[in-house]
Each structure stands twice: as structure tokens, then as C-alpha cells.
Design a protein around this ligand. Structure first.
Ligand code: AMP
Ligand code: MG
Length: 408
């Protein structure tokens, strides 16, 4: 049996990065961009108006007031997408809409509210003195051409999509998503919706693991429920070995008479790096490789499977895609935490921020590895390394935030 830290190091040492591919911007959400993205032009690309109003020479509006307006000659219109080619001369103005190019000769915008308004009349009354630069978005004021706007290895979220589209990127290079197979094993498993007989249980792990894998952004290419039968296991696993970067199984990896998964992995030539980790839940965790394919044998109890996925599989999925997000933080316990003498202890739990801005947390009161409802009111996993006494309220503990839940 090895320690949690050793297990994580071994897994880390076996990660082989995948390559890159170019994809359309519309498909780039939740992918990780492979290269620094630069501004293809200065932003804004040209001086334009921030408001609907009149492009003027500020000097021509000197002394303008509601009670003593200044009259200017209206000589044209510049709207977003349709710039005016007219060069403004003294005493003139041009109607200029938001996003419209500032005509040559103009150096300020008088907002329409400070004028007699838009009309077809040849003259306009200006009610307020303008200062040079008023309401003008200056060329390059936001970003210079060539500036890196998104550095490589950034996950593309709605924030990045907006910037990419703004600079005209139709396609970007992203990291290839790992192909993943998910198998659950057990003669007792029945699919939700089907009739259940005494002794059987509904298959929850397949649904949990698929959903978790989806959250990480990988490509799920196989998902199957397999009986505790060496031939069936062997058939499905060898098929997955041909196409997948990550294979995940649940169940059949412990000491039971019908736990064949490890034996089948070994028969198929899987290089076993470890089996059994000093942790609770999840002791029988298996990890092996075939060339660059990573194989995780998760224990069958739903909480063990869930927590082992979050602690071991999810970070690998993130790393392979080069998504670098840390979900681990320190928090202060408000209740005691049952640490173990020789094992790393994990429990689902709740974390929240108090009025002093401190992160507090409490473990779920349901501590059994079969109790999947312990996840329902949880937004994190609490963890303690081996300790010879329980942690007390007020003690510091590490929490691993579930990134689809909010800290309360
Ligand atoms: P095993 O590791 O195969 O001995 O399974 C340990 C426990 O987890 C047993 O009580 C199983 O019935 C249960 N279990 C295994 N696979 C699943 C699954 N897919 N969904 C729900 N429970 C499961
Ligand atoms: Mg089983």
C-alpha cells in the first residue's frame, strides 16, 4: 500500500501530453488554446464615437449654453459601418452615431441630448461647450496591435470567446481532448428505469463518472456496464485500449471472489504502477498504463468512486488538456473531522464564507462510502493526511471545491 502523495506522483510521472488541433471558434468553448493569441490590429481600429451625437470642432462650441446655443451647419452623417468622407470645416458638424468613425477635422462629440436633436435641418443648435476628445474612443486605447491578449494554455470561456471574435479569429489551435472509456462492473447492476429484484441495485456509478468526465471536458468514446465475467471484461477493455487515452473502470478491483478487474488488466498487459492506496475511502484504487494510455481502476462504492475520480482522474484530465485550475483551499472546521491513523481521510462536505471573509467548512454527517446522498448537500471534499487524533472545530483543513458548485 502506498501513500496518497506517492500515488499522485506516480500518476503525474506517467502523463504524456497530447498534440494540438485547429477548430472553429464556435466549437472552442471549454477547450484550451495552444498558442499565445495576439491582437491582429489595434483596438479600437479607428477613432469612433462612444455616444450618439454630433462630431464637432471643440473650438466651435466655445461658450455654448442652453440659454445661448451655438448654431453649427450639419454637413453629413457617420454611422456605425458607414463612415462619412466629409472633412469637417469651421462652423460645421456631422451627425455621428455610437461606433461611427470620427470624421476628419472633428475632435469632439457633443451628445445628442446637449443639442436640438437629429433632424434633416441644415443647422443644429449646440447647448453645451465641448472639450477636445469628449466621447471619442481613441484608436489603440484598449489594445495595441501585436499585444498578447490571451496567453497559451488558457481555457476558452465566454470571456475569451468574446475577445477572439472581436479580433476576427475564426479558428484557433487547441489541445486535443483525451479520449475516455468508462466501464462499470457488477452482476448486481440494473439500469435506472428497469425493474429491480432483491439483491440488485441501480447502477449509479456509470452516471456519476460520465457526468464528472463531461465536466472536465474530455471526449467520452465508450461507456459500458459489464458483468463480473472475465471474458466480457477482457473484450471491452482490450477494445478501449486500442482507441483511448484514459480508461476508467469502477468496481471489481477489491478482494472479493468476483473482483476480476485487476486480473484482466494484468492479462491484457497493463503495466501495474500501484494497487491500494493508504486512504479512506478508495483503498483498492488501481493505476496502470499501456504505452501512454492511463488506466484507473476505481473501487465500486459510489462515494469511493466519486472521490477517487475527483482526486486522481479529474486532475489528470485537466492536466492533459493543460487546464490549470486549483480547486484546493484551506478552510476552518466548524465540526470535528474523523482523521485516520494511517490513512488519508476524505469526506464530502460543505464550505461557506463567513461575515469576516473566512472560509469555514463541515464534513457530511454521512460518512459511509456507500452513502452517495452525502454528496447532495456538499460543495467540496474535505481531506486530512494521516493523523493520530481527530481534527477539532477551529482546526485548518484542506478542501477541494467541486467546480460546478458555489461556495456558499
Ligand atoms: P465492488 O468494488 O465491485 O466490490 O463494489 C463495492 C460496492 O459498490 C458493492 O456494494 C457494489 O454493489 C457497489 N457498486 C459497484 N458498482 C456500482 C455501480 N456502478 N453503481 C452503484 N453501486 C455500485
Ligand atoms: Mg463488484
Amino acid at each position: 500500500m502506498i501513500s496518497v502523495n506517492k500515488a499522485k506522483t506516480i500518476i503525474g510521472d506517467n502523463i504524456k501530453y497530447l498534440g494540438f488541433e485547429t477548430i472553429l471558434l464556435k466549437n472552442a468553448g471549454n477547450r484550451v488554446n495552444a498558442q499565445d493569441i495576439t491582437a491582429t490590429f489595434p483596438m479600437p481600429l479607428f477613432n469612433n464615437s462612444a455616444m450618439d451625437g454630433f462630431a464637432v470642432r471643440a473650438v466651435d462650441t466655445k461658450g455654448a449654453k442652453k440659454t445661448s446655443p451655438i448654431k453649427l451647419i450639419m454637413v453629413g452623417v457617420s454611422s456605425a459601418g458607414i463612415p462619412s468622407k466629409i472633412i469637417l470645416k469651421p462652423g460645421q458638424c456631422i451627425q455621428c452615431m455610437t461606433g461611427g468613425k470620427i470624421p476628419k477635422g472633428a475632435d469632439s462629440i457633443v451628445i445628442v441630448e446637449n443639442s436640438s436633436g437629429f433632424s434633416n435641418s441644415k443647422t443644429v443648435e449646440i447647448f453645451k461647450e465641448a472639450k477636445i476628445g469628449n466621447h471619442i474612443r481613441k484608436k489603440g486605447e484598449e489594445i495595441k496591435q501585436g499585444d498578447v491578449i490571451i496567453s497559451k494554455n488558457t481555457c476558452v470561456t465566454p470571456n475569451e470567446i468574446g475577445a477572439l471574435a472581436t479580433f476576427g479569429y475564426k479558428k484557433i489551435s487547441v489541445t486535443i481532448r483525451p479520449k475516455v472509456a468508462i466501464f462499470v462492473t457488477g452482476n448486481e447492476l440494473v439500469e435506472p428505469g428497469d425493474k429491480i429484484k432483491l439483491g440488485q441495485i441501480y447502477n449509479s456509478n456509470l452516471y456519476i463518472l460520465v457526468e464528472l468526465a463531461k465536466k472536465s471536458g474530455v471526449e467520452i468514446v465508450m461507456m459500458e456496464t459489464i458483468k463480473d465475467d472475465k471474458n466480457s471484461l477482457s473484450k471491452s477493455l482490450s477494445k478501449a485500449l486500442k482507441t483511448c487515452n484514459i480508461i476508467i473502470s469502477s468496481g471489481g478491483i477489491s478482494m472479493g471472489r468476483f473482483d476480476y478487474v485487476r486480473e484482466v488488466y494484468n492479462k491484457l498487459g497493463v503495466n501495474e504502477h500501484f494497487w491500494k492506496v493508504a486512504q479512506k475511502p478508495g483503498k483498492p484504487l488501481f493505476f496502470g498504463t499501456v504505452e501512454s494510455t492511463l488506466i484507473f481502476g476505481l473501487p465500486g462504492n459510489p462515494v469511493s468512486s466519486f472521490i477517487c475520480f475527483i482526486e486522481y482522474v479529474y486532475p489528470v484530465m485537466q492536466e492533459l488538456q493543460r487546464k490549470k485550475i486549483n480547486f484546493k483551499h484551506y478552510a476552518i472546521l466548524t465540526e470535528s473531522f474523523p482523521a485516520e491513523n494511517n490513512k488519508h481521510r476524505y469526506l464530502f462536505g460543505r464550505s461557506w464564507i463567513n461575515s469576516d471573509g473566512k472560509i469555514l467548512c463541515a464534513p457530511s454527517s454521512k460518512s459511509g462510502s456507500h452513502m452517495i446522498t452525502s454528496s447532495l448537500e456538499s460543495n467540496c471534499i474535505l481531506e486530512s493526511p494521516p493523523k493520530n487524533k481527530n481534527l477539532k472545530p477551529g482546526d485548518k483543513i484542506t478542501i477541494n471545491l467541486l467546480n460546478w458548485r458555489n461556495i456558499e
